[in-house]
Design a protein around this ligand. Structure first.
Ligand code: GAL
Length: 426
C-alpha cells in the first residue's frame, strides 16, 4: 500500500466509525464501555509487537482494544485522519501524538484532564520536565508520555562491517570514508526511505553533526533566522548532498522499516534512523554486538535529539472514562514501561525504571539520555515534532525533501528557502 492509500484507508476507517454506537454521545449514562479506541501509526512488525504489551495488559483487566492504525512515521497521515474524526465529533479514546500536536489539541479544548490520576500515580516526580512541557497544558495533564526516542542514531550490519573492515565512525568524514568502503565492496552503503520525514531525520543529524548542539538548538528550536541562513547551515546542506551518493536507485518512497530490513539482511551497511529501528532488529531476533551495531550519528555523541510518543487523551463521554483511565495508568506503570520500551527500542518515559532487561543499545539509550539531560544536550528533534509547531515542521520537511530530490538545486537556495518557509509558518 502506498502512503497515500494508507491515508485514504485511515480516513475511511475514521469516517466509518462515526456511525458507531454513539461513543460518548448517548446518555447510557454510567454503563461503562469496556474498550479503548486508539489511533496510532505503529504498523511495522517491531511497533506492533511493542503495542501488544499495552493491549495485553489492558486485556488482563478486561478492556478491549479497537485499533485505528494509520501508517507513516512522524504521524502526518495519522494526524490527517485524526482531524477528520475529531471534526465529525468522533473522538478516539486516545491518539499517539508528537509534542506540539498535543499542545494544539489541548489548546482547542479537545483533551481530557488526567490531573487527579497523575497526582495519585506520582507522574510529576517520575516523568522528566522536558516531557511534561508537552503532556501538561495549562496546569492539567492531558497526555501520557509512552517513551523517549531519539533520532541521532546509526544502525549497522555487523557482518558487512566485518567484511569491509569497518570501525566506528566518529566524525562526518569518517562516516563518508566508511560509506565509500561499502560502495567499493558492492554493498548499498546507506539504506534510506525517500519520504520527507526520513530525509528530515537524516538532515537533523547532519545539522547536529555539522554545527554541534548549540547551533542545532538555536536554529531548530529557537528558529533563529541568522542561524537558519548561516554558512553552517549551508555546509549542512552540502553534507546532506554528499550522502545522496550512497543511497540505492530505488530509495524513493520506501517505508522506513523496509530500509531497516535491508540492513538486517545485509543488503545495506547502515541506516540513519531513530531507535524505533532497533524494534525491527529485536523483532527479527537480532542481537546488538553480534548481528548489528548501534552508534550515535558520527559527530553527535553526547547529544540526544529526542521525540516522545504521547498518548493524548480525548475528552470522551463519561461512559468511556474508566477505560481511558485504565489505558493511561497501564501505559505509565513501571512494568509496561519496561516491557514496551525493551521491544520498541526506546527509553522509558519514567526515570525510575531499571535498565535491567534492556539490551546493550537500550542501556546506552538510557545512559545517554541521563548524561545529555545533565549536560543540557537533550533537546527536541525538529523532524519529529519536538523542535517547533507542526506548520514549521512541515515547512522544514518540504524544503529538505525538495533539496534532497533536486528541485532545490544549491545549498544557497536551500538556506534562503528554509529561512523563508519557516518564517512564513511560525
Ligand atoms: C515516530 C514515532 C516512533 C516510530 C516512528 C516510525 O514518529 O515516534 O514511535 O513509530 O515514527 O513509525
Amino acid at each position: 500500500m502506498t502512503l497515500h492509500m494508507k491515508l485514504i484507508a485511515g480516513v475511511a476507517l475514521a469516517a466509518a466509525s462515526v456511525g458507531l454506537a454513539g461513543f460518548g454521545t448517548v446518555g447510557a449514562a454510567q454503563a461503562q464501555t469496556k474498550e479503548v479506541q486508539m489511533l496510532h501509526w505503529w504498523t511495522s512488525g517491531g511497533e506492533a509487537a511493542a503495542l501488544k504489551v499495552i493491549k495485553d495488559a489492558l486485556a488482563k483487566q478486561g478492556y478491549g482494544w479497537k485499533d485505528v492504525p494509520v501508517a507513516g512515521g512522524g504521524g502526518n497521515a495519522a494526524m490527517t485522519a485524526l482531524k477528520a474524526m475529531v471534526a465529525a465529533g468522533n473522538y478516539p479514546t486516545a491518539s499517539q501524538m508528537l509534542g506540539y500536536n498535543v499542545l494544539d489539541y489541548a489548546q482547542a479544548g479537545k483533551l481530557a484532564d488526567l490531573t487527579e490520576l497523575a497526582k495519585s500515580e506520582g507522574w510529576d516526580k517520575a516523568i522528566p520536565a522536558p516531557l511534561q512541557k508537552f503532556s501538561v497544558y495549562d496546569g492539567k495533564w492531558v497526555a501520557v508520555p509512552v517513551n523517549v526516542h531519539s533520532v541521532n542514531w546509526v544502525w549497522l550490519n555487523k557482518a558487512v562491517m566485518d567484511k569491509i573492515g569497518g570501525t566506528e565512525p566518529k566524525t562526518f568524514d569518517d562516516f563518508l570514508a566508511l560509506l565509500d568502503k561499502a560502495k567499493k565492496a558492492g554493498v548499498t552503503p546507506l539504506a534510506l526511505g525517500g519520504q520527507d520525514w526520513q530525509e528530515a531525520i537524516l538532515f537533523d543529524d547532519v545539522v547536529l553533526s555539522t554545527g554541534g548542539p548549540e547551533f542545532y538548538k538555536k536554529a531548530f528550536n529557537d528558529l533563529d533566522e541568522a542561524s537558519l541562513k548561516s554558512d553552517t547551515m549551508k555546509k549542512s546542506f552540502d553534507n546532506l548532498a554528499k550522502l545522496k551518493a550512497y543511497v540505492d536507485p530505488n530509495f524513493s518512497g520506501r517505508d522506513w522499516n523496509l530500509a531497516t530490513a535491508m540492513v538486517i539482511k545485509g543488503d545495506a551497511l547502515v541506516q540513519v534512523m531513530g531507535d524505533w529501528a532497533k524494534g525491527e532488529f529485536h523483532n527479527a531476533n537480532k542481537a546488538p554486538g553480534t548481528d548489528f551495531l548501534c552508534y550515535r550519528f558520527p559527530g553527535t555523541d553526547g547529544s540526544v535529539a529526542y521525540n516522545s510518543d504521547m498518548f493524548a487523551m480525548f475528552d470522551v463521554g463519561a461512559d468511556r472514562k474508566d477505560a481511558q483511565t485504565a489505558l493511561a495508568k497501564t501505559t505509565e506503570s513501571k512494568d509496561v514501561q519496561a516491557g514496551f520500551n525493551i521491544i520498541k527500542g526506546s527509553v522509558p518515559a519514567r526515570t525510575d525504571v531499571s535498565d535491567e532487561g534492556f539490551d546493550a543499545c537500550g542501556k546506552k539509550g538510557i545512559a545517554d539520555l541521563k548524561k545529555a539531560s545533565a549536560d543540557g544536550n537533550f533537546f527536541g528533534s525538529l523532524a519529529q515534532g519536538y523542535g517547533a509547531p507542526p506548520a514549521v515542521t512541515n515547512a522544514y520537511l518540504d524544503v529538505v525533501d525538495k533539496f534532497f530530490n533536486g528541485q532545490i538545486k544549491t545549498s544557497d537556495e536551500a538556506v534562503t528557502q528554509l529561512a523563508r518557509a519557516i518564517d512564513d509558518a511560525k
